[in-house]
Design a protein around this ligand. Structure first.
Ligand SMILES: *[C@@H]1O[C@H](CO)[C@@H](O)[C@H](O)[C@H]1NC(C)=O
Length: 740
């Protein structure tokens, strides 16, 4: 073994970085791990509720034509009340209160966060605005018709907040559930009916210190919050259903562990549905179905689109313990949205917009949609014994004026629809015989209600209690993807791969006493051999590329030592030092509150860590676009076409340049660099400008180094081209044939 002193130094640096990483990881996630000693009891029987519904059905369990055993509630999300923006925003929320809510009498309304927009006129700086909060409070007070109202914070409501107790935390003064949220951000309430008990749990997962945008997208629950959540969910008494509400889909959350060692997954065995918002609808149709069924725990996660742009609202009905829901939207085309931003006048009377006519909203409660079946938590055998199709129709018209059409498998249902409900519970039924559909096939039922427009609902059902796939594509994948953890894994894996590519070759040479020249020749020999083939198939192509890149990374250290050493030590710095200092919370009262350090492991304010997964999202983009791409470009320069060319190549003497040897390509590299640099500079515009955000920033210095190398380094735009003649590779039949 023969390692040079500088390689030993690198190995030592790697060890120090690894050790420091473990330390930083521990302190950054300290609030997520339980303090109490685990007594090893996981109490599995407490978590897994016994199956509660037997197949023997009592007469009064049968779903028929009465309003028994039925209730519903409403969820809305992402209101983004704004003092700067028109078209949607405040307008949509006021229309919802004005024209939709009066058509129903839900048990309660719950708003899953982002009550206010909290962005300035240019949408760059963020902060809590009193006007937005006052509008929210007054609108709810004057427009919620006495219906119980629950809310929670979203990431926008915690932008630019020094702490939960800061005077700038306006949710404390204006949020409806502010008092309830003081208990580590967890609260719950019950609905007790003669026919069952239902629990509703809210978890506010916003960061305890809220950075301004953009590094405030993910949420987390500390171990202390998990204890409260456990208390709220793992009740000794069993509920018919437990529902949870949070702003963040679980894919954008990091969950701590409770003192008794329970993770979110453990607790979710007790959940029927986890309701959330936050992702709106993503873009380009990717987020149309942000819904997912979790097999292991038998619960659903249902994201709801935003009120702000889409005017979305959700009605959830529980009928004989079968859970159904409909995601409806305001008739946005009807909303006259002149460019006016709605403001609260001094007398605080909400400037209600003109009422709009809304089409009826239909929700079919029997049969239940087979895509959302909960095998262990619902009496799934009930629909099969039911005597009636059941559905709720919400409309401001009296039932007699509504025209109802029921289509089963696109054929007119032979029995008429009958209104059997009340104003509060507008239930309609229609006789049916479920056995007609018990043919192991899927069926579709569509119900239209017409009055001032048509509202309709569609349900896919089966009588054999088989689940249908949600078929949500990307959205469904994303909801189950554990993005927070995925980004962390990918970032660390990226660093690992880059360290391996850099340190691997010298270690290999040193440990096995290989000679650089010999390795290069043998790799070249193989490449030349492939070049002798008259044709190059896909397999040859891949093999050639692998050999080429191996050769390039083998050469990189020799060829461009400055780049090799800088990149290696830079990677070590990324693991163990802060990346930059910035004014994350401009509204903070003291410098200590305002300024924080960005580590890949999280944000640190003094000794206080905020383990936001945003650091991993930022790290991942930086590692790919500002490090990985440039490393590849530099490695590419380790070979030139002339080094690779076989003099006896079958393809004659013409020798094509590598793509990156063309001047236009080098120009593109510089343009890419300029783009990255401009992206980097925007960070300063969010967090306090040039100093400290951009000056005390390792990426600024890295990008400047890269820029210099792109221009002046080997093969750079301004570097001198040396004239070289093709080499003869010892041992290559082609080369020697030509040389002789
Ligand atoms: C709720 O649970 C209780 C106790 O298990 C059960 O008797 C009751 O039938 C359930 N309610 C409904 C509507 O199924």
């Amino acid at each position: 073994m023969k390692l040079s002193a500088s390689i030993w130094a690198c190995v030592l640096a790697l060890f120090i970085a690894g050790w420091r990483s473990i330390q930083l990881y521990r302190s950054s996630t300290a609030v997520l791990s339980p303090n109490a000693l685990k007594d090893g009891s996981t109490l599995p029987s407490e978590i897994h509720p016994p199956r509660r519904y037997s197949k023997d059905i009592d007469e009064d369990d049968i779903m028929k034509d009465n309003t028994e055993k039925l209730f519903y509630f409403v969820q809305i999300s992402d209101l983004h009340l704004s003092k700067f923006r028109s078209h949607g925003y405040t307008n949509h929320f006021l229309h919802f209160l004005q024209s939709i809510l009066p058509t129903m009498s839900p048990e309660f309304v719950v708003v899953t966060g982002d009550l206010t927009d909290a962005k300035d006129a240019k949408a760059i700086k963020t902060g809590q605005y009193k006007e937005e909060w006052e509008m929210y409070k007054e609108a709810v007070q004057q427009g919620s018709l006495g219906i119980p109202w629950y809310d929670m914070k979203g990431n926008h409501d915690s932008f630019n907040l020094a702490s939960h107790n800061a005077s700038t935390d306006l949710y404390r003064d204006y949020g409806k559930s502010a008092k309830l949220l003081e208990n580590e951000g967890i609260y719950s309430w019950d609905i007790v009916k003669p026919f069952g008990k239902y629990r509703f749990v809210v978890a506010d997962a916003t960061p305890k210190r809220g950075p301004a945008r953009p590094l405030n997208f993910f949420g987390y629950l500390t171990s202390a919050a998990m204890n409260k959540l456990e208390e709220a969910i793992l009740t000794p008494e069993l509920y018919n259903h437990t529902f949870m509400f949070s702003h963040y889909p679980t894919t954008t959350m990091i969950f701590g562990e409770s003192a008794r060692g329970h993770s979110y997954k453990d607790l979710s065995h007790r959940l029927s549905v986890y309701f959330c918002g936050h992702l709106h609808r993503l873009v380009a149709g990717l987020g149309d179905v942000l819904k997912r069924y979790n097999y292991g725990t038998d619960h659903l996660e249902l994201e709801l689109a935003d009120m702000k742009d889409h005017g979305a609202f959700r009605i959830v009905a529980v009928d004989h313990d079968m859970i159904t829901f409909v995601d409806a939207e305001l008739p946005i085309d009807q909303i006259q949205d002149d460019d006016k931003v709605l403001e609260l006048p001094p007398d605080k009377r909400v400037p209600w917009p003109k009422p709009i006519t809304t089409p009826p909203v239909v929700i079919i409660t029997n049969p239940k949609d087979a895509r959302y079946l909960l095998a262990d938590k619902e009496p799934y055998h009930l629909p099969k014994r039911s005597t009636h199709i059941r559905f709720l129709v919400f409309s401001d018209a009296v039932p007699q004026r509504l025209r109802i059409r029921i289509l089963v498998d696109e054929k007119r249902h032979p029995f008429p629809a009958k209104f059997v409900g009340t104003k509060e519970l507008p239930l309609w039924v229609s006789e049916w015989d479920p056995n007609d559909f018990d043919d192991m096939e899927s069926h579709v039922i569509r119900i239209e209600a017409e009055y001032d427009g048509t509202g309709e609902a569609t349900t896919m059902f089966r009588m054999d209690s088989m689940r249908l796939s949600i078929a949500g594509g990307f959205g469904e994948w994303l909801i189950g993807a554990h993005m927070s953890y995925l980004l962390r894994t990918l970032s660390l894996f990226g660093i690992f791969v880059m360290v391996l590519l850099l340190l691997g070759p010298p270690l290999y040479r040193g440990i096995w006493n290989k000679d650089q020249g010999r390795i290069a020749s043998s790799l070249l020999c193989k490449i030349h051999e492939i070049d002798q083939y008259p044709t190059c198939g896909p397999f040859d192509f891949v093999q050639r590329q692998v050999l080429l890149w191996l050769l390039r990374f083998m050469q990189l250290g020799h060829d461009q030592p400055a780049i090799w050493y800088t990149t290696f030590y830079y990677l070590m710095i990324l693991l163990m030092l802060p990346w930059f200092q910035a004014e994350f919370i401009p509204s903070g009262a003291t410098d200590a509150e305002r300024y924080g350090l960005f580590y890949i492991w999280g944000l640190a304010f003094g000794n206080d860590w905020v383990p936001l997964a945003d650091s991993w999202k930022y790290a991942f983009t930086q590692l790919v676009f500002d490090l990985g791409v440039f490393l590849l470009l530099f490695a590419w320069r380790a070979t030139e076409a002339v080094d690779l060319h076989c003099r006896g190549s079958y393809k004659g003497r013409q020798q094509k340049r590598q793509l990156n040897e063309h001047a236009w390509f080098k120009g593109l590299e510089v343009i890419y660099w300029l783009w990255r640099m401009s992206q980097h500079i925007t960070l300063g515009s969010f967090y306090g400008g040039l100093y400290p955000t951009l000056i005390l920033n390792v990426w600024t210095w890295w990008l400047l180094f890269v820029g210099a190398m792109l221009l002046q380094g080997k093969g750079g735009l301004f570097s001198k081209k040396r004239q070289r003649i093709p080499i003869v590779v010892p041992g290559c039949a082609g080369c020697s044939r030509d040389a002789s």
